[in-house]
Design a protein. Structure first.
Length: 376
């Protein structure tokens, strides 16, 4: 078993705290992606799991054993880095089998295991080449092979696709997911790229400024983000966020320009009058010919081939509508918009936390696609 438990883990460099009390459980065989912007502490957390960084306080256990004091080689983890870290003077076969050579495994046995790993990663024809003779994607496969051959309990990926071009990133995402399905090893993948997170993860851990903002499946995090940070970070584009004021007497959310959004009182039965932040996805904000629709001013449109991302000004904020097909709009034209009350998410204006709501089984639509994510 290679389940991982992270309990009240803190990390400080001198007086500067970078990880603020992380609690997280990862099941045996699970693929978890730690997602967040640069500087949020995600790579530091991964390096503490690997043993490359000391923990300031707290505990990390792997397979039921606390590993705080264990050396990296004693933890049963294999790490794949962003920069490949291959030996340029060695062949692919020598790079993959180096850990076995150091461990004293006989050459014949090493070659059997090297060829098996190379076949799994479809790089058997490159075994005699040097890393400098390979493409970026091939070198990343070699780095993964070097990790695999150790038969680790845990795979740790530290932004391994960041140096690849867009096409190779797509290919390697597929390869990593297939590899995980074959090996069923516990995997933790760190990235700042939400597309990698959404397409790879069983669960996503969204980090922000050294803390965890939300943990959930890709669909849960997309459909019910727990904070305005998660709402704006997840999705392409991120969720539209506008300031408003709840008016329970009229069941409306009053915007800065006096227009309003509908308020779903069934969903928010305890809500009180006062300032809030309202959020809604671009695909849920629709153009309409109804004169009762919300009036906005056209700014510009991003062409996406089969759709447009139409940017408009609404109540002093810029919001985006995902419009299927192609349409032409005159500069500064007035457009009418509509949105279903069920698609409006409400957040505390001061804390950014999602407001308490009545949740039923239909609040997470497991059949609905997650649009505008796989764009490259």
């Amino acid at each position: 078993m290679a389940d991982i438990r992270i309990s009240s883990v803190h990390k400080s460099y001198g007086k500067t705290a970078v990880v603020h009390g992380i609690d997280l459980g990862i099941a045996n065989g699970e693929f978890v992606v730690i997602l967040g912007p640069s500087g949020c502490g995600k790579s530091t957390l991964l390096r503490m799991i690997a043993g490359l960084e000391e923990i300031s306080s707290g505990d990390i256990s792997i397979g039921g054993t606390i590993v705080n004091k264990l050396e990296p080689r004693e933890r049963g983890c294999a790490m794949v880095f962003q920069n490949y870290a291959l030996y340029p003077h060695m062949s692919v076969a020598e790079n993959i089998g180096y850990a076995l050579k150091v461990a004293g495994v006989p050459r014949a046995e090493r070659m059997v295991r090297i060829e098996k790993v190379a076949k799994t990663l479809a790089i058997e024809e490159f075994l005699a080449r040097k890393p400098g003779q390979l493409s970026g994607g091939q070198r990343q496969r070699v780095a993964m092979g070097r990790a695999m051959i150790r038969e680790p309990k845990v795979f740790l990926y530290d932004e391994p696709l960041s140096n690849l071009d867009a096409k190779l990133r797509v290919q390697m995402r597929v390869e990593i997911r297939k590899l995980h399905a074959r090996l069923s090893a516990t995997s933790i993948f760190v990235t700042h790229d939400q597309i990698e997170a959404m397409t790879l993860a069983d669960r996503i851990v969204v980090m922000n400024k050294g803390v965890i903002d939300q943990v959930g499946t890709p669909r849960e995090i997309y459909q019910r983000p727990s904070t305005t940070f998660v709402a704006g970070f997840i999705g392409q584009p991120g969720m539209n966020l506008v300031d408003g004021r709840v008016e329970t007497a009229s069941n409306r959310i009053i915007l800065a320009d006096g227009q309003s959004l509908p308020l779903d009182r069934h969903r928010y039965p305890t809500i009180q009058d006062g300032p809030i932040t309202a959020g809604f996805r671009a695909e849920q904000l629709r153009l309409t010919n109804d004169p009762r629709g919300i009036l906005a001013t056209f700014d510009f449109a991003e062409e996406m081939g089969s759709a447009q991302l139409v940017h408009v000004e609404l109540g002093g904020d810029t919001v985006i509508s995902h419009v299927r097909g192609g349409q032409g709009f005159a500069p500064r034209a007035g457009l009418r918009l509509e949105i279903d009350p069920a698609d409006v998410h409400l957040y505390d204006k001061s804390t950014g936390r999602r407001l308490a709501e009545r949740v039923d089984a239909s609040s997470i639509d497991n059949a609905a696609p997650i649009p505008m994510l796989v764009t490259h």
